[in-house]
Design a protein around this ligand. Structure first.
Ligand SMILES: *Cc1c(COP(=O)(O)O)cnc(C)c1O
Length: 369
């Protein structure tokens, strides 16, 4: 039996450090706005290569707070539009809606599954204020072209980095430092995962960081002083302590994911599967290893019968969800094809080479190889 993601095995590999870190918080008597959060914000900002990091409650809040802050600062107005990739997890789009803005769905390119930079311009209107780039599956978007288009029209670039912790763009900057502001999720299954909910905003814009910090704390500028209508979204000391331990191994874990991806790619090259490029330059950190085939559902069942668990990211595209039914009539053929053909193979830093070989052998046997 091969699990899709053995989270117990992942966290067992940090066991003694995690226990010590959490025990330290328990004994400290201080559970919010303390030293662990401060340390994480400092170290994660440094890791990403930005001036500021603000810890928040989760990834959805991180993205929502960025837009709330832009509105609060008068840089956007409610009802303004944000161009979002149509192929994403629904949270990216919910963040835009929650802030009172309008998502405009942009097709991805089939090769990258990320927003197609050449299709951004056709979606720009008089009220467009931002482009959201989602580094989906762990692969960084083509930021040079995205930023070129965005800056031509004076748009902000907001990154959804929930699947791309540590990913590098053209060997230089990391995800989280590639736009005007970025939202991260540290949901347990992400490349950098807490033991519960956690998130962060990264940016070089000090004014934005300050506003996000206030909005995440009831819109408060000082104790019991509230100039803004905020929410409550905190990164707590326990989760920050866990993240402080796990951040130290993020690069190594990502390298292990890339190793598995290269193995998959090499082992599967003679099958009929459409495979992602397995670049070793860190531009794809393989939060998810995707394969594509029109026989997806049959393949998933076949693997399941062989004891190999896979997932689909995602079975229903956002614009086809009941919650977003007002967008249900959009024609987004690339997005729909991705959702019809995508299958995610087992992937984690704790997946062994033998397990990866077993997955490869099962896939080859499906194609009669
Ligand atoms: C996980 C995820 C989110 C949301 O993160 P939460 O911490 O669960 O709120 C947002 N966008 C993408 C692309 C994600 O994968």
């Amino acid at each position: 039996m091969i699990k899709y993601l053995d989270l117990k095995k992942v966290n067992d590999s940090f066991q003694s450090d995690l226990s010590e870190a959490v025990t330290g918080v328990v004994r400290s008597g201080w559970y919010l706005f303390g030293e662990e959060v401060k340390r994480f914000e400092r170290d994660f900002a440094r890791y990403c290569g930005v001036g500021y990091c603000v810890g928040v409650g989760n990834g959805l809040d991180a993205l929502t707070l960025i837009f709330m802050a832009y509105i609060s600062m008068g840089r956007m107005r409610k009802g303004d539009e944000v161009i979002v990739p149509a192929n994403t997890y629904i949270a990216s789009i919910l963040a835009v809606l929650r802030a009172g803005l309008k998502p405009v769905f942009c097709e991805p390119s089939w090769d990258t599954c990320n927003i197609d930079p050449d299709r951004i311009e056709e979606n720009i209107g008089p009220r467009t204020r931002a482009v959201m780039t989602v580094h989906l599956y762990g692969r960084v978007c083509e930021m040079t072209t995205v930023k070129e288009k965005a800056h031509k029209y004076g748009l902000f670039v907001v990154e959804d980095c929930a699947q791309a912790h540590g990913a590098l763009y053209e060997g230089g900057k990391r995800a989280g430092a590639l736009g005007d502001a970025a939202g991260f999720s540290f949901y347990p299954g992400k490349n950098l995962g807490a033991l519960g909910d956690a998130g962060a905003v990264t940016t070089d814009d000090g004014e934005l960081a300050e506003r996000v910090r206030m909005l995440a704390n009831y819109g408060s500028s000082a104790k019991y002083v509230h100039p803004y209508v905020g929410i409550n979204s905190r990164l707590d000391e326990c989760q920050a302590a866990v993240l402080n331990v796990k951040l130290g191994r993020l690069d190594e874990d990502n390298r292990r994911r890339i190793h598995i991806a290269c193995k998959y790619r090499e082992g599967l090259r003679n099958t009929d599967l459409c495979l992602p490029e397995a670049k070793e330059d860190g531009s794809h950190v393989f939060h998810i290893f995707t394969v594509f085939t029109p026989q997806r559902d049959r393949l998933q069942q076949y693997l399941k019968d062989k004891g190999i668990k896979t997932l689909i990211h995602y079975p229903i595209p956002p614009h086809r969800q009941k919650a977003l039914e007002e967008y249900g009539n959009l024609s987004l053929p690339v997005t729909e094809r991705i959702h019809r053909e995508e299958l995610s193979l087992p992937m984690s830093p704790c997946l062994s080479d033998e397990e990866a070989d077993e997955v490869i052998a099962a896939l080859k046997s499906f194609f009669g190889l």
